[in-house]
Design a protein around this ligand. Structure first.
Ligand code: TZP
Ligand code: MG
Length: 207
């Protein structure tokens, strides 16, 4: 995958925003470079409603030529022919999915060197490293890890696509990039922004 596609990576589900499709469209207009649908938590959509919402998100992403990634749900990713899938350590074996999903982007969350090596060897296209800072958007998040492992991961794999995640905002995004991330993956800073253009400019390192 193109490392630039990780630059401003927006993640959202219906529990993160009161008007998720409007939020997504504003974020696309403002220049996000990747989108992940992550439909989790209390009251999240299921079945046909979930699929319809995902399809609407995908259509918006297509209109802006931005990769559309599905969190966890391999069946949905294949059914919609999404651009990719993001999986955690508890989810499906990457090698298995690699075989089914020729050409799709596979992202994997990693927290230590062993998980990182395994993901790279198994055919991941990028890894997500975090939570870097305290996050309120993931109920079972591990404690904030800071940028040490991110720096280590970059030194081990100078060219591999890496995105940082967890508690990233306009102020600390530069630190995450300096530590070696190709980009920042965020939920709340965009969903709660009163000026999405400004937020995305700041996340991308522009003034
Ligand atoms: N994985 C690790 S932290 C996190 C996920 C999905 C949540 C990131 O959300 P926020 O609001 O940008 O901290
Ligand atoms: Mg998962």
């Amino acid at each position: 995958m193109n490392r630039n596609d990780l630059s401003v990576y927006f993640i959202m589900g219906t529990s993160n925003s009161k008007q998720p499709l409007e939020t997504l469209e504003k974020a696309l207009q403002a220049g996000i470079t990747c989108f992940q649908i992550r439909e989790k938590g209390e009251g999240c959509l299921k079945g046909a409603a979930y699929e319809a919402f995902a399809k609407e998100c995908q259509n918006l992403c297509r209109a802006y030529n931005v990769p559309f990634i599905v969190n966890d749900d391999v069946d949905l990713a294949l059914k919609l022919d999404a651009d990719g899938i993001h999986v955690g350590q508890d989810d499906l074996a990457i090698t298995e999915f690699r075989a089914q999903a020729n050409g799709k982007i596979i992202g994997v969350s990693v927290h230590d060197e062993q998980e990182l090596h395994h993901a790279v060897k198994s055919g991941a296209d990028y890894v997500g490293i975090g939570p870097i800072y305290q996050t309120k958007s993931k109920s079972n998040a591990k404690p904030p890890a800071g940028v040490n492992f991110l720096q280590k991961a970059r030194s081990l794999y100078p060219q591999f696509p890496i995105v940082g995640i967890g508690g990233i905002n306009e102020k600390n995004a530069a630190e995450v990039r300096s530590a070696g991330a190709d980009g920042v993956a965020v939920i709340s800073v965009i969903c709660e922004s009163s000026d999405i253009n400004k937020t995305i400019r700041a996340l991308s390192g522009e003034k």
